[in-house]
Design a protein around this ligand. Sequence first.
Ligand code: NAP
Length: 295
Amino acid sequence: MTAKIINGIEVSAAIRADLRERVTAMADRGVVPGLAVIKVGVDPASAVYVRNKVRACGEVGIQSSQYDFEANVSQQTVLDLIGDLNERPNIHGILVQLPLPPHFAIADILQTISVDKDVDGFHLYNVGGLVAGGTVFPPCTPYGVVKILEHEGIEIEGKNVVVVGASNIVGKPMALMLMQRDATVCICHAKTRDLAQFTILADILVVAVGKPNLILPEMVKTGAVVIDVGINRLPDGKLVGDTDFEGLRHKVSHITPVPGGVGPMTVTMLLANTVASAERRLQTQSERLLTSVAS
Ligand code: NAP
């Protein structure tokens, strides 16, 4: 068997084209979606991520505003800014680039962002909604994986899904989102004994760990769908995922490459959440107007 290599750049481009149309439709009604991006300190990786997000906003017509602070800024200063951005009608999404310096209580920062502007999906309300329903914004990376599966026409309902990696930003929300879609989900982590006994059962295997070659061909069922979220830089500078891509591509039915698989989807789903937020606001305003005209 030779796998279909899922092209995340193409899936992402299709979603961004749709977003551009929706942004144009809103512009006709006088609304431009706005995203505020807050960065603290000079972490080089964070600088690259923020630059990519700001550039991507420009591509679909989202107005981005960037707030850069020195690493020694007080937490209160950042909380005050978030409070201000929460009130601004032209801001539909607020993103605080992680990690933050050690003197920050990340939970305090994330809980201060208004739920209806939490386009990263990290506020406890949005996290809790993954269990109880009612999430306003799904977290971007797992949301991107779901969109890839949908785009490829891969059925989720009733499938055995194994998620390897149990972080709060990828593995756990991923497992919950696939449970919501009626998959039978197993989640593995660093203390899982004999990882292969679980991965071999997967119809859909999602791997988000950060260890090259963690998943080998003998650990995977023939014909499985493999989504590799991992990003690892090898000593020779090459970027790879968590799976033995060359070995797996002759055994599975679908696989995402690294780079060019899940990576491009994460930023795209941030844009999608921001556009959805602006549309939601417009809808609420229209409903209020109708109610006031009717009364
Ligand atoms: P993380 O917070 O470090 O979590 C890693 C998870 O992997 C933890 O749950 C850990 O288990 C588990 N783990 C560690 N070693 C393991 C092993 N040998 N077997 C099974 N599970 C193991 O990482 P993350 O933020 O979720 O990111 C995971 C990977 O995805 C990284 O490579 C990251 O760069 C990448 N990533 C990519 C994107 C994208 O856009 N493509 C976005 C986010 C992250 P414990 O919980 O027991 O410690």
